[in-house]
Design a binder for this molecule. Sequence first.
Ligand code: ADQ
Length: 489
Amino acid sequence: KQEGRPLRQRQRLLVVANRLPVSAVRRGEDSWSLDISAGGLVSALLGVKEFEARWIGWAGVNVPDEIGQKALTKALAEKRCIPVFLDEEIVHQYYNGYCNNILWPLFHYLGLPQEDRLATTRSFQSQFAAYKKANQMFADVVNEHYLEGDVVWCHDYHLMFLPKCLKDYNSKMKVGWFLHTPFPSSEIHRTLPSRSELLRSVLAADLVGFHTYDYARHFVSACTRILGLEGTPEGVEDQGRLTRVAAFPIGIDSERFIRALELPQVQEHIRELKERFAGRKVMLGVDRLDMIKGIPQKILAFEKFLEENPSWRDKVVLLQIAVPTRTDVPEYQKLTSQVHEIVGRINGRFGTLTAVPIHHLDRSLDFQALCALYAVTDVALVTSLRDGMNLVSYEFVACQDAKKGVLILSEFAGAAQSLGAGAILVNPWNITEVANSIAQALNMPSEEREKRHKHNFIHVTTHTAQEWAETFVSELNDTEEEAQIRTRQ
Ligand code: ADQ
């Protein structure tokens, strides 16, 4: 363990997340190739100039041998990444089990998978034990690399146990925790067998952040009702110690999208798409193929729209780009076949020899193709059943300054609270309502589209990812000062 802290200008920020922002492919016994993914978090932190960020997380691959681990550690160090090595059994129990099969559906109000309910209950203890063990392994790596004065920012539901593990190592460590999913109503959280232990571990952090004020409020009320602690306007108090709880709505690197639209390749792509769909309005869905995104509900609403508006049948197309995730989980496999079945049925019903109403792609698009698609879209459909924020809605708005298309947005996405005034808000469970909103969006006069777009564009370009990260980290620094003042009093 390194002692002391060498003189330097920028404060170090240790960003701890389940996955490192890289994909690693093994090329030989001691050689790896790495591909940095330019996700939201990465670009958010690249924009924060006053901190020097380092990433700590799992590289997403099983590396059982020491030679491979050493080589990967060395390769990652060049990208300012530090790996946590998890074996297959831990990944199965902690990541697939406790994180993805229990916390993810629960936090999105989807309950547990029906036929798995009893099996999940039986395997709960072992999965929770693996969850704690994995969190401890993350803490060991953080502690090994921590230097006095560093700030540690833990991310998401995978690492709810981490703040406590870190504070057990060093109570002076500045620790923040941010949740990217919704935090559900305390009525949902209290069904979790490990409800108290998780809340207490999160409360060990100095600052706890959520996308919306509602999620923060749910968290505070879970602490009040389940732990009997006092909720204050600043957060949660336990025996004189305050854990600050607040909303920090994430944003995107909007400039990156706006600049991309100027690139010749993207312009060319836009021309091709316009030609391909000439004479038809383009509706777009871009989602990870996940239960929470409400993809089957969205497609059924589109079917209802076609059913009730025959004159639109050959004048509109829905492009649904759904990148598969968690493909080894049976629930996700079932969702894929369900979506394919519905799309096939609707295309069979409304398609012609030369055109189909729905183009469904089971894959990811590269950044430039995605920007071009956003730019040619007339109506974007974001119908998540629950979503922490939903960045697709932000990305669409950023790419629409020329076209001023309409955003149909689920009221259950965190983004509804920021883009609600410009979007058409819908209850994604109400297929008739969504179908009517499609008609409203397609028929919307241009002045109204402009007005709505302007509202959202201003929001997306001023509430950026960089601003989000800066605000969280500077507030984390301040909270520590607050805590010290309290202790002195
Ligand atoms: P996600 O559930 O992954 O994130 P979202 O916020 O919409 O959801 O971000 C998805 C990202 O993946 C976007 O940047 C999008 O462009 C990209 N993407 C999705 N499908 C794609 C495809 N087919 N091809 C290419 N790119 C694709 C979680 C929470 C959200 C929260 C974010 C950030 O579930 O609610 O907004 O974290 O906190």
